[in-house]
Ligand binder design. Structure first.
Ligand code: GLN
Length: 493
């Protein structure tokens, strides 16, 4: 029997299972051992029901023995951000207000991974209700970055990213409303994909900002990202914003067929980014290196000025908070989760439950969102932000008439230290390159592109494509990955 499952990819695990070199039970138990070893330092998981997982692994093994495996991937574990409803499991969004809540149905994405036999493997830590960029807003625990335990893993899907990077699981499902898959993927040196809006169903995922939210995979390499995209994407009658895309099942084969170069590929870049305030030297150097790398691989590089980047954060934090203030109204102490005991009337029940059980960042967003939607300020803030959103979408549409994909850094800095960023506005800047992607509804992927010289921290490159242009970004990412200087990003744990 094989050992050293820890840093294997999904496709490698599938090969081992197919060749009868391992079993699902063995894979899961190796990850349990790894978790026991590293989790005290990392804190990526809020919950892990080993008994239930072992039972599922045994079921998978007997299916396979009988030749009835649900797919090549039957029996492979995938960890899940604490925002997805998985029937019978707690779903708390790392919030005290949802503490005793147990899901009564499967999110569409969960249903789809189960149909292929993947095993949902524990609940990953996150920023409360996916609001944050460091995982420090979780009401449970602070997750550490496997590359440097004093640093954050990014957020809000920080538990997912840390778990994959630390070899606790081969892949994870996160969500990305303004960067929450790509930014933690960049901080932890893994691949993180935000699919186009409408590509993946949001049904059964706790809503933060419904016009921006998307589910996305975090994985060790580009091929695994494509495998998971094929698994989770598709039209869903439970989410009317989903679209039919004829490429829905073909990303894995597109990536497998990607040849070694980018001849004929047009890649947009923005040299102006190098002049941006707050961009660290290591990020600048890596961005320039990555552009050169793409040129050497045969791509034609086209400089594009992208004038709206600097307005995106403001527009995002108006639209996202406005939608959050409406979505989170349902957490009122009555319908879901927990309720305080000492109240005199209904109003006090609402006020005290929300006042005590929601964290500061969530309250800040509800207040801000309610404010920008109030009749006196609606035109000045919300309506303007929507106009900026349209300008951003239009300029991406123009951009993608000139190039196939567009490159930017994923984050302005590498992972920062736990507790280092105390002002909310400074924290919001962590998404300066990611949140306009959600505003435009297009797709983007983070691919690890280097390590900082001084601290050995991962740096990420973001590849953006047009709406439903996942085939293009996956191809560019795969060719880049195959030719990158550092072959594997594995932290010294
Ligand atoms: N960091 C951003 C925020 O706090 C994005 C969050 C996300 O994508 N869920 O809103």
């Amino acid at each position: 029997m094989s050992s050293n499952i820890t840093y294997k990819s999904l496709t490698q695990l599938a090969d081992l299972l197919e060749n009868k070199e391992t079993t699902s039970e063995e894979i899961c138990s190796e990850y349990f051992d790894r978790i026991e070893k590293v989790e005290p330092q990392i804190n990526a998981f809020i919950k892990l029901d080993t008994e239930d997982i072992t039972k599922k692994a045994e079921e998978s093994d007997s299916r396979r023995k009988a030749g009835r495996q649900l797919s090549r991937y039957d029996g492979i574990p995938i960890s899940i951000k604490d925002i997805y409803n998985v029937k019978g499991q707690s779903c708390n969004c790392a919030s005290k207000i949802l503490a005793p809540y147990t899901a009564i149905y499967d999110a569409t994405v969960i249903k789809k991974i189960k149909e292929k036999g993947f095993i949902p493997f524990g609940r990953n830590n996150m920023d409360e209700f996916a609001m944050g960029s460091s995982c420090e807003n979780s009401s449970y625990q602070t997750t550490s970055n496997p590359w440097d335990l004093r640093r954050v893993p990014g957020g809000s899907s920080g538990g997912s990213a840390a778990a994959v990077s630390a070899g606790e699981v081969p892949a994870s499902l996160g969500t990305d409303t303004g960067g929450s898959v790509r930014q933690p993927a960049a901080f932890c040196g893994i691949v993180g994909l935000k699919p186009s809006y409408g590509k993946v169903s949001r049904y059964g995922i706790v809503a933060f900002a419904s016009s921006l939210d998307q589910a996305g995979p975090l994985s060790r390499n580009v091929l695994d990202s494509a495998v998971l995209l094929d698994t989770i994407s598709g039209l869903d009658k439970m989410d009317t914003t989903t679209v039919r895309d004829k490429r829905d099942d073909s990303h894995e084969s597109i990536v497998r067929k990607s040849n070694e170069n980018l001849d004929g590929f047009k890649i947009g870049v923005c040299h102006k980014y190098l002049e941006m305030d707050g961009l660290s030297e290591s990020i600048k150097e890596n961005y320039m290196y990555s552009i050169e790398q793409m040129r050497e691989l045969g791509a034609e590089i086209i400089d594009i000025s992208f004038p709206y980047t600097k307005y995106a954060i403001a527009a995002y934090y108006i639209i996202a908070t406005a939608e959050a203030s409406a979505n989170l109204a349902r957490f009122d102490g009555i319908r879901y989760g927990s309720r305080i005991k000492d109240y005199k009337d209904l109003n006090e029940l609402y006020l005290k439950t929300r006042g005590r059980k929601l964290g500061d960042e969530v309250k800040r967003r509800i207040l801000l969102g309610t404010f920008v939607l109030s009749s006196g300020y609606y035109d000045a803030y919300y309506l303007r932000a929507q106009k900026v959103r349209t300008l951003i979408s239009d300029s991406f549409r123009e951009t993608f008439q000139k190039c196939d994909v567009f490159l930017s850094p994923t984050t302005p800095t590498p992972a920062f230290k736990i507790g280092e960023v105390s002002s909310p506005v400074e924290m919001y800047m962590a998404d300066v390159f990611t949140n306009f992607v959600n505003l435009a509804g297009i797709c983007g992927i983070n691919i690890p592109s280097g390590l900082t010289k001084d601290d050995n921290l991962p740096v990420g490159l973001q590849i953006l494509g047009p709406h439903l242009g996942e085939d293009k970004i996956l191809k560019a990412a795969k060719v880049f990955e195959d030719n990158r200087e550092i072959k594997e990003f594995i932290p010294d744990l």
